[in-house]
Design a protein around this ligand. Structure first.
Ligand SMILES: [Zn+2]
Length: 492
C-alpha cells in the first residue's frame, strides 16, 4: 500500500505528549484512594492533594515502578539519579499554584516505540517518560465554575515523543500502539474516552526538503484515536493555508472542537521559563540502582509485538487474526485459555478453529448482547467443548452455531445442550445421503432440468431441500459433492 501525503509541497512534523493516569491504589504523594470514578466530588481528598500549606508529600513507590516498567518497554534508559521539580502555573485547577513534575532529570530518556506503517516498521523516538501529578477538575456552569479535587494528585505519567511522525496517520498508529503497551503492562487502563489517557500534539509544517523545523502549535482536547488523526489533519492544512497566504504561524495552544471539526486558539504558548521550574524541596531525589532496573525488566510481561509474533509462529494464525487478538488483549487472553484447556494433538488446527469461532461467532454474540469479553458468560472450556464436538463430527457447523447461542445464553456446556435437545449425529453415511438425494432429484424435475440447462444458481435450492429433509443433520460439503456429481453425470 502506498501512502498519499496530505500535501505534496509541505511536510508535516508531529510530536506527541501523552499523559496516562497510572493504576496505582493511592495517589502520587498522599494515601488518598485513586478509585474516585463513581464517587461524589471532593470525597477522595486530604490536605496534601488539596494543596494546603505546610503539608509534606511522600513518593508513591508503585507509581515509580510503573513508570520504570513503561520506560523499559519503550526501550528507554533509566538514570541512576532523578528528581522532582516544581512547575508553577496559575490555573484554578491547581490549588497550590504549582504541579510536582520532573524537569531536567526525568526518570527515563532516549527510547523508541515501533509502529507498523503499511507493513514497514518505523521507530518513533521517545524523548522521555516522567512522573507527575494530575490536576483537579473544573466543572464549568453558566457564569461560574465548580472544582472537584478527587482527581488532583493522581499519578500521571507523561510520555514525550520526538518529532518523528510525518503524518496524522502515524500519530494515530503511535497512540494505538502506546495504549496497547500500557494495557499489556497493566499500568494503565488506556481509556481515552474517560480521560485516563490524554494526548497533546505538537504539529508544524515545512516546505518539503527543508531541514529546519517550522513553528509548531500544540493541539489539546482530543479524546479518541480518530480525533487525534482528524485534529492533526485539520491543523496541518490550516498551517499550510496560512503560509501559502504569506502569513506566519504563531507558537500557541489550540483546542480541538470535535463537533465542528476545527482547532481554535486557546492561548499563546508558554515557554519553559514561564513555569519557573526549581527542584522540589520537600522530596528526596530518586535513586534507582541498576539491580532494581534489571529486576523490573525481568518482571515485564509479554508485550504486544511478542504476542503478535508468537500467535503467528506457534499457532499458525494469519497476520490479521493475530493483530485483532493482540490489539484487544482480553480477546487474546480468552483465546489462550481456550487453547490451554484444549486436549488436542493438532494444536494449529485447534488454534485456527478457536480463533475463527472466537472472532466471528462469539464476537457477534458479545456485540449483540453488549457484553465485554471479560464478562463473557461462555467459558473458554465451553468453547473448547464446542470445538471438540465439531472435531468429532458430532454436530454440524450449522448446529454448532445454534448450540453456541444457547450455551452463551444459559452458560451450559455445549455437550449437555446437545444431549438435552436430542441432537442426532450428522448423517455422514454416503448410502443414506445418496438415497435422500435421489428422492430430491426425482421430486424436483423442474429444478433439475433448469440446472442442467445452465441455471446453475438453482443448485443451492436443491442443497436446501436435502438439508431440510435431513433436518440439518447432513454435512453440507458432502451433500454438495454428491448432489453435484449426480446432477452432472446422469441426465435422466
Ligand atoms: Zn490526598
Amino acid at each position: 500500500m502506498t501512502y498519499t501525503p496530505i500535501d505534496t509541497d509541505f511536510e508535516v512534523v508531529i510530536g506527541l505528549e501523552v499523559h496516562s493516569q497510572l493504576l496505582t491504589k493511592s495517589k502520587m504523594f498522599c494515601s488518598c484512594s485513586t478509585g474516585y470514578a463513581n464517587a461524589a466530588p471532593n470525597t477522595h481528598v486530604c490536605p496534601v492533594c488539596m494543596g494546603m500549606p505546610g503539608v509534606l508529600p511522600v513518593i508513591n513507590q508503585e507509581a515509580v515502578t510503573y513508570t520504570i516498567m513503561t520506560a523499559l518497554a519503550l526501550n528507554c534508559s533509566i538514570p541512576a539519579y532523578s528528581k522532582f521539580d516544581r512547575k508553577s502555573y496559575p490555573y484554578p485547577d491547581l490549588m497550590k499554584g504549582y504541579q510536582i513534575s520532573q524537569y531536567d532529570i526525568p526518570l527515563s530518556q532516549n527510547g523508541y516505540l515501533t509502529i507498523d506503517l503499511h507493513g514497514q516498521e518505523k521507530h518513533i523516538g521517545i524523548t522521555r517518560v516522567h512522573l507527575e501529578e494530575d490536576t483537579a477538575r473544573l466543572l464549568h456552569h453558566d457564569g461560574y465554575s465548580l472544582i472537584d479535587v478527587n482527581r488532583a494528585g493522581t499519578p500521571l505519567m507523561e510520555i514525550v515523543s520526538e518529532p518523528d511522525m510525518r503524518s496524522p496517520e502515524e500519530a494515530r498508529l503511535y497512540m494505538q500502539k502506546l495504549r496497547e503497551v500500557l494495557v499489556y503492562l497493566g499500568v494503565a487502563s488506556g481509556k481515552m474516552e474517560e480521560g485516563s489517557l490524554r494526548c497533546d500534539a505538537n504539529v508544524s509544517v515545512r516546505p518539503r526538503g527543508e531541514q529546519k523545523l517550522g513553528v509548531k502549535t500544540e493541539i489539546k482536547n482530543m479524546n479518541s484515536f480518530r480525533s487525534v488523526e482528524r485534529a492533526l489533519e485539520y491543523e496541518a492544512r490550516r498551517q499550510m493555508a496560512v503560509i501559502r497566504e504569506g502569513g506566519k504561524i504563531r507558537q500557541e495552544t489550540r483546542g480541538w472542537v470535535e463537533n465542528k471539526g476545527i482547532t481554535v486558539l486557546q492561548r499563546v504558548k508558554e515557554y519553559a521559563d514561564d513555569y519557573r521550574y526549581f527542584p522540589e524541596p520537600d522530596l528526596p531525589p530518586l535513586l534507582i540502582s541498576s539491580e532494581q532496573v534489571e529486576e523490573i525488566r525481568a518482571s515485564l510481561p509479554e508485550l504486544p509485538d511478542a504476542r503478535r509474533t508468537r500467535y503467528q509462529s506457534d499457532y499458525g494464525l494469519s497476520v490479521q487474526d493475530a493483530n485483532v487478538m493482540t490489539e484487544e488483549k482480553a480477546l487474546g487472553d480468552y483465546f489462550e485459555r481456550v487453547m490451554a484447556v484444549s486436549q488436542v494433538k493438532d494444536r494449529k488446527a485447534r488454534a485456527k478453529s478457536a480463533s475463527n469461532w472466537l472472532l466471528s461467532e462469539l464476537v457477534r454474540l458479545l456485540i449483540a448482547n453488549s457484553v465485554a469479553i471479560e464478562n463473557c458468560p461462555l467459558s473458554p472450556s465451553a468453547l473448547a467443548n464446542l470445538l471438540d464436538l465439531l472435531d468429532k463430527e458430532r454436530i454440524t457447523g450449522k448446529q454448532a452455531k445454534d448450540v453456541l447461542d444457547e450455551a452463551f445464553a444459559s452458560g451450559e456446556l455445549p455437550e449437555e445442550i446437545v444431549k438435552k435437545k436430542g441432537i442426532k449425529p450428522p448423517i455422514s453415511d454416503q448410502g443414506v445421503l445418496e438415497g435422500i438425494i435421489d428422492g430430491i432429484i426425482a421430486n424436483n424435475p423442474k429444478a433439475v432440468s433448469d440446472y442442467r440447462n445452465g441455471k446453475t444458481n438453482i443448485f443451492q435450492f436443491l442443497v436446501g431441500q436435502v438439508m431440510k429433509q435431513t433436518r440439518g443433520q447432513a454435512k453440507p460439503d458432502i451433500v454438495q459433492g454428491l448432489l453435484r456429481k449426480k446432477l452432472d453425470e446422469s441426465p435422466a
